[in-house]
Design a protein. Structure first.
Lengths: 354, 488, 389
């Protein structure tokens, strides 16, 4: 007679599934904070971009909190909410692709055509999505130690005692630009919307049996991810003077963590850039998978076609971006803050009784 | 007539005629059909020559039956005559009563013999196997320095015995199954009741019984029929030829599948980590086990990544070379007439050819082959500027790393991954290698082994002992594997 | 559906075989180890590079002189080839080199950039360095050297005096002199570019020259490194000498420092690796508990550039001929003289601007503060304390 899974074991497995989801959201938030900070924050505030990026921490935490409420069934307009999540995550995926392409094209493959970089990035991301809804989240979970530790260790190793001078002047180009950049950084909280979608491993578990962890379970992870993104932006400030930052015209080049005062070009820097690119690509993959899941929730008939549809739309838009210039993505990215705010409004409301 | 019959009849001659037709006797000289008088009634013995132990049949079946007094069994009802002989004459263990003709034939063909009596529609099938088999030898592919040196053989009974000698527990259950289409193969499912998950046992049993294959099955073929992801490069079950390792699988809650005629046991469900562990790890102290494991993992990483990374550095990331090494590579590369990717492919092809050839070459030639190919061909190729010396070293070191893979099937899968990584490195540098590894990692995370995630307990997180990457002290390892029964 | 999607994506991968990845066979590249920039006629630049030739033991042969603005090539030592090209800018010159040799120029292994002094004293240096760093992906750790000689000749006569490889020789050379403290610490390409662009610190490059070996061998009591390169009383197979600094104010070279002055500059900047000091034929071991503090204070409207040097050292050889106070006074005078020289040249190589900028909350207020003038008019206050144990 087949044995039933005891409740304690089921509870542990459900919790493990939510852990995987929370870690995925955290990695994506960190990547989007960094990409948005480098794309919008640095041109606006130069060396004070990391200060403006601090606004992403409470934004991400709050979004995670509200997303968790959605998970337990609170709020109104469920379909509209899912449609909003689907659109936002698709836009996030596009943004992350653009950031990856820009970074890789400017640093790792400078002689390659940008179309080649975009093509391989998208194709492999698509293959990751096609392996299954659980593949990328589990892979991200497996890398939850390697990615942040590698990023932190390698980026800190590029610094020296003298690099503290890069922090000054503290407010960068001024308080006004700092405030504007902080507003733009709210968009970096968009990946936290992933938490509103139940993990794919639990799709066969009835809603009432899914013991959803408390809000803090998600919030601290997401904020830690955002903090890592802020930390990397701070390292960028430390690596160059503000004049050096102003002299960099391309988004990808701006994301390169290269210390002017203590240049150490070598395997460490290459691995660091690879880890950055990997984080951004994982953000794009999770965005695609999340968008597909959200659209499937809006129209269950879509079934697995939701993923194909999201991939197709993303491919078309990415092609348009490559032709028009990937820099457009970074200029438009702050608009992701609008759906995040809308989501907050739609989440208000009492929790539905089971 | 016999083609329609499913069960035995009470008429002995009819039964014997049926068996003659089915076994193509008397044309089939291997068929042994002996009629004799056992007490008050006629009996017959059916066996296959060469598959049975003739002495046991003579001493334990024929002689006792034929020595019965003429009046023995007079008052026994005809339907009970076989049972009478089992109780009073035959001294073979084990024996079973069967009436299904197909089952009786299957048993006889596997080396058992069938005793039939006049007036009785049941036959007694007795295990009198006595065919020639290999003695218990040493493992060929899972050699260890410290630890047992026994390995499985081709006889399923011997293999089960080897496991039972180690796992002397009443919960150890052996289920025999006959799998396959027209040519049936005997398999055994071994598990510890109360430790193995019944759902998984049922799943494996169902998959085994669903096999419809007309040829004799080996363990490898059985594995291919029960795995869930036939397109995956990574095997989803773990194979072993060592009884001690098989016993450890049982203790963890895995289910063993033994196939008659194959000297390996299949363990399922399994994880990728099982395939990276060796028996050596557990039989030495934890510090040594951890060290060996790390060396092995490094070897595997070198095997998979080194050629691709080398190519990526040469074609895309020359700044990572030190100037001394770059000058050396530059000079040697300038003399080679073929592109570096083609050069690397040729070298790897040559290495794989040498590996394959040395496996097939007779023992005395194998050593000479290694010397000829390695030294002479390699040296000649470098002297003739067909390949660069550094690439030769890279391929050789990478090949050595491949020999660190404990599981033979996994090593072939990793060779394919190595080629993919090499191509990625040649086409897109380190970035494309990272993308390929990401996709392979995601695919691996989605792969399941009999319903259990292959990459668990690392991801998704499950309960586990501290014995995944590092082999920490045995006294810290208190949990059973996550796929075992939950309250075991 | 999943298999269909995978198949579609895998088929699309065929496009990868079109070779747009930018990969290149290693023999298709020209790895430049050393580069020299000289001014040429009509505002042009002559770019000379020394690169790996990919052959060992080639006989030295005379290069063919090309006419006009074309390139010329010589083999000077086994394994290397020297090429030059003249064009309107550094980029054009490098492009010309790529066009005239069947290789694409790769600056990732660059170890040294030598700039003629005449060129360094113009604003063109920053543009040249920026172009080769950003657009040609030059190695950021390459050392920037300024020479009064013809820079092309400077690298032509350079060869590996010890060892086999010029690149390794140059690396070891710069490391060795950096340890001695006689060349500036922040002379790497990216650091020099950063300092030239920055308003908070000025650049210092290595100063070097060729020696005609005509200086007298007799030392007349001066410190052996209190000189500029090109005149050291020595003999050697190698003519090139690296000693001292070329100091910049913004993008323009404004002066030179001797070896000893460079060592003092490093000490004041807190970048000294000095572990021993020789004073009056006595050898002192400098303790790691020594400290150097720089500060910037204001007395009214005037800035005060302060540095407090506290050196703890112990006598390890020779006889101590000066008292602690005398030693302190000498060091103080040297430091004061150096600071005044830097101030007069408007060169903030020490980095007081980095202290000044902290007092301004944002960039506009900092840029309005006119730090250059404040620096030039600031008072210098040096305090040295020597403690011999």
């Amino acid at each position: 007679m087949p044995n039933m899974i005891p409740e304690t074991v089921l509870f542990a497995r459900i919790r493990a599934a939510y852990r995987v989801r929370a870690v995925s959201a955290a990695v994506c938030v960190g990547a989007s904070v960094f990409a948005l900070g480098a794309g919008v924050g640095i041109p606006l505030c130069l060396n004070a971009a990391y200060l403006a990026a601090l606004a992403a921490l409470p934004a991400a935490g709050l979004t995670a909190l509200l997303a968790r409420r959605v998970l337990v069934g609170a709020g109104r307009f469920a379909r509209a909410r899912h449609a909003l999540i689907g659109l936002t995550l698709l836009a996030l995926a596009l943004f992350a692709f653009a950031a990856t392409v820009s970074l890789v094209h400017q640093t790792l493959l400078p002689l390659a055509r940008i179309s080649f970089v975009a093509q391989v990035s998208f194709l492999f991301a698509g293959l990751c999505c096609a392996t299954g809804a659980q593949g990328a989240p589990r892979m991200t979970f497996a890398l939850r130690g390697v990615l942040p530790v590698g990023l932190a260790a390698l980026s800190l190793s590029t610094l020296s005692f003298e690099t503290a001078a890069g922090l000054f002047p503290l407010l960068g180009t001024g308080a006004r630009n700092l405030g504007l950049s902080a507003l733009c950084m709210i968009a970096a909280a968009a990946p936290a919307l992933l938490i509103a979608l139940p993990p794919p491993e639990l799709k066969d578990v009835p809603q009432r049996e899914r013991a959803t962890p408390g809000a803090w379970f998600f919030v601290w992870r997401v904020m830690l991810g955002a903090a890592l993104g802020v930390g990397l932006l701070m390292v960028l400030s430390l690596c160059s003077t503000y004049e050096g930052l102003a002299a960099q015209q391309t988004w990808g080049r701006r994301m390169l963590i290269f210390c002017q005062r203590e240049p150490h070009e070598g395997l460490g820097e290459t691995i660091l850039t690879l880890l950055q690119a990997l984080s951004l690509l994982l953000c794009a993959i999770h965005g695609l998978l999340g968008a597909a899941q959200a659209w499937q929730a809006v129209w269950p008939r879509l079934g697995r076609g939701a993923l194909g549809g999201c991939l197709l739309v993303c491919a078309l838009l990415l092609t348009a971006l490559v032709v028009a210039g990937v820099g457009i993505a970074r200029r438009v990215a702050p608009l992701l803050g609008v759906p995040v705010l809308l989501f907050g409004v739609l989440c208000l409301g009492r929790r539905k009784k089971p | 007539m016999c083609g329609e019959a499913i069960t035995l009849s009470a008429v002995l001659e009819r039964n014997l005629q049926c068996f003659r037709e089915r076994l193509c006797a008397p044309d089939n000289a291997d068929v042994l059909l002996r009629r004799f008088r056992s007490g008050a009634f006629e009996s017959a013995l059916l066996a296959i020559d060469g598959m049975t132990d003739a002495r046991r049949i003579d001493e334990n079946i024929l002689k006792p039956c034929m020595d019965l007094p003429a009046s023995a069994g007079e008052e026994v009802e005809p339907a009970q005559r076989v049972a009478f002989l089992m109780a009073h004459a035959v001294s073979i263990l084990p024996m079973k009563l069967k009436d299904n003709i197909d089952e009786i034939l299957s048993d006889v063909l596997s080396g058992q013999c069938a005793l039939l009596c006049e007036g009785c529609s049941m036959a007694c099938v007795m295990d009198t196997r006595g065919f020639e088999k290999r003695a218990v030898g040493r493992p060929e592919t899972e050699k260890v320095v410290l630890g047992p040196h026994e390995s499985f053989g081709e006889s399923i009974r011997t293999n089960i015995t080897l496991v039972r000698r180690i796992v002397q527990r009443e919960e150890l259950v052996t289920e025999f199954l006959t799998v396959g289409g027209r040519m049936k193969t005997r398999c055994a499912l071994l598990y510890l009741r109360g430790t193995a998950d019944e759902t998984l046992i049922a799943r494996i049993r169902r998959r085994l019984t669903a096999i419809d294959y007309d040829f004799a099955l080996t363990t490898g073929e059985v594995e291919q029929f029960i795995e869930e992801h036939p397109l995956s490069l990574i095997p989803q079950c773990v194979r072993t030829e060592r009884p001690d390792r098989a016993a450890s699988f049982l203790a963890e809650g895995q289910i063993l599948v033994l196939t008659d005629g194959s000297p390996e046991a299949l363990g399922a469900p399994s994880t990728i980590w099982h395939q990276l562990h060796t028996p050596d790890d557990a039989s030495v102290r934890w510090q040594y086990g951890t060290f060996l494991r790390l060396v092995r993992l490094l070897g595997i990483a070198i095997h998979v990544l080194l050629p691709g990374v080398y190519l990526a550095l040469l074609r895309f990331h020359q700044e990572l070379f030190s100037p001394m090494m770059l000058a050396s590579v530059y000079e040697s590369g300038s003399r080679v007439p073929i592109p570096i990717y083609l050069e690397a492919l040729l070298m790897m092809l040559a290495f794989n050819l040498i590996s394959e050839a040395s496996l097939r070459a007779p023992g005395s030639m194998g050593n000479a082959l290694g010397i000829v190919s390695g030294l002479i061909l390699g040296q000649s190729a470098v002297s003739a500027d067909i390949v660069s010396p550094l690439l030769l070293i890279v391929v050789a070191v990478s090949g050595l790393g491949g020999f660190c893979v404990p599981e033979y099937a996994l090593s072939i899968g990793l060779k394919i991954v190595q080629l993919i990584v090499l191509t990625a490195g040649a086409l897109g540098g380190l970035y494309l290698i990272a993308l390929v590894l990401l996709v392979l990692g995601c695919a691996l995370c989605c792969t399941q082994s009999v319903g259990s995630p292959l990459t668990a307990p690392v991801t998704p997180p499950r309960r586990a002992n501290p014995d995944i990457l590092l082999r920490l002290p045995l006294r810290w390892q208190k949990a059973r594997a996550f796929f075992a029964k939950h309250d075991s | 559906m999943k298999r269909l999607l995978c198949a579609a994506l895998l088929l699309s991968l065929l496009g990868l075989l079109s070779g747009c990845g930018g990969g290149q066979e290693i023999e298709g590249r020209l790895f430049v180890i050393a580069m020299a920039v000289d001014p040429a006629q009509d505002g042009n630049l002559t770019m000379t590079v020394k690169a790996l030739s990919g052959t060992q033991g080639t006989a030295a042969s005379q290069g063919e002189e090309a006419s006009g603005d074309g390139g010329s090539m010589e083999s000077t030592e086994p394994g290397y080839v020297t090429l030059s090209a003249t064009a309107g800018s550094a980029l054009k010159a490098l492009d010309l080199l790529s066009a005239t040799t069947p290789r694409s120029v790769d600056l990732s292994q660059l170890r040294e950039i030598v700039i003629n002094r005449t060129l360094a004293e113009t604003d063109a240096t920053l543009t040249i360095l920026r172009e080769i760093h950003a657009l040609y992906e030059a190695n950021g750790a390459a050392v920037v050297v300024v020479t009064p000689d013809d820079a092309g000749d400077f690298i032509r006569r350079q060869y590996a005096l010890f060892g086999v490889r010029l690149s390794q020789y140059l690396e070891v050379l710069f490391e060795h002199f950096a340890e001695l403290g006689t060349i500036p610490s922040g002379a790497m390409l990216s650091t020099v570019i950063g300092a030239m662009e920055s308003g908070t610190i000025d650049a210092a490059a290595v100063y070097a020259a060729g020696n005609a070996f005509d200086a007298t061998l007799v030392m007349d009591g001066e410190s052996p490194t209190d000189r500029l390169p090109g005149h050291l009383p020595r003999t050697s197979p190698a003519m090139n000498e690296y000693l001292g600094s070329a100091i910049f104010s913004g993008p323009r070279m404004v002066g030179t420092l001797t070896g000893d002055e460079t060592a003092m500059l490093r000490l004041i900047s807190g970048r000294a690796l000095i572990t021993t000091l020789t004073i009056d034929e006595a050898l002192y071991q400098v303790s790691t508990r020594s400290s150097i503090r720089r500060n910037l204070t204001y007395e009214g409207e005037q800035a005060v550039l302060g540095v407090q040097i506290h050196i703890r050292m112990s006598l390890v050889g020779g006889t101590q001929r000066s008292t602690e106070a005398e030693l302190a006074q000498r060091l103080e005078q040297s430091a004061q003289a150096l600071m005044l020289r830097l101030q007069a040249a408007s060169c903030d190589a020490v980095g007081y601007g980095q202290l000044a900028v902290r007092q301004y909350p944002d960039i506009p207020s900092w840029e309005q503060s006119n730090w250059e003038q404040t620096y030039r008019q600031a008072q210098v206050r040096v305090t040295v304390d020597v403690d011999i144990q």
